[in-house]
Write a protein that binds this ligand. Structure first.
Ligand SMILES: C[S@@+](CC[C@H](N)C(=O)[O-])C[C@H]1O[C@@H](n2cnc3c(N)ncnc32)[C@H](O)[C@@H]1O
Length: 195
């Protein structure tokens, strides 16, 4: 489904970074692992800040476009085509992990998030934005399956060795490509791994 969505020349989530990520990028250090990177808008933005970024996604078509976007912007990114249901990030390796609109089923999240926490170096940052359950009542994008949506409480539980810095459910105007456009209900989460 994702390879089909990304098949055209258009960047379906745009070429500009997610706004929450851009607003908070100064606290990130590399290497950065970007989960479900898609067509590269976030990885390319972070690479332009001088960060070493590894974007992981199940879509080879999306990641090929990510490399084209990187080349057009004169930066280099690393990518890996992988299913996050089985992906194992290396331990104690990343200064930050970024997860933007990575709406994975809860069983995949339950396996993946402890590995993500383990992959962070002490003091490393997890930064995540995703649609919340309140988004189900809107028609401005995101999955319609409640299992794919997130809560602050769920995220705080999922990262027990991280200290939350931002953990909130808010409404914000999201204008990030044709599938994510309009007033939206989102979870925003930033936490720092305890030393
Ligand atoms: C809504 S897009 C978001 C893309 C990107 N993070 C962004 O903000 O532009 C969701 C992404 O999740 C990826 N994805 C979904 N399930 C996945 C899985 N099990 N393993 C790897 N990637 C997955 C898709 O390929 C897609 O690129």
């Amino acid at each position: 489904m994702w390879n089909e969505r990304y098949a055209g020349d258009e960047f379906v989530y745009g070429t500009e970074p997610n706004v929450f990520l851009a607003q908070n990028s100064k606290i990130l250090t590399g290497p950065v692992l970007s989960l479900a990177e898609g067509e590269g808008r976030n990885a390319v933005f972070l690479a332009a800040l001088g960060l070493d970024v590894l974007g992981v996604d199940g879509s080879a078509v999306g990641l090929a476009k990510a490399h084209r976007l990187a080349a057009a912007r004169g930066v280099t990114i690393r990518t890996a085509v992988a299913d996050l249901a089985v992906y194992e990030p290396p331990e104690n390796s990343f200064g930050a992990v970024v997860s933007i609109s990575a709406h994975l089923p809860s069983d995949i999240r339950q396996r993946l998030y402890p590995l993500v926490e383990r992959a962070l170096k002490p003091g490393g940052i997890i930064l995540l934005e995703a649609y919340s359950h309140a988004q189900l009542a809107r028609n401005t994008g995101g999955p319609k399956d409640p299992d794919l949506l997130m809560t602050c409480a769920g995220l705080e539980q999922a990262f027990p060795h991280c200290e939350p810095i931002v953990s909130r459910e808010i409404e914000r105007e999201v204008v990030e490509g044709k599938f994510h456009t309009g007033l939206a209900s989102v979870v925003q989460f930033i936490a720092r791994k305890k030393a």
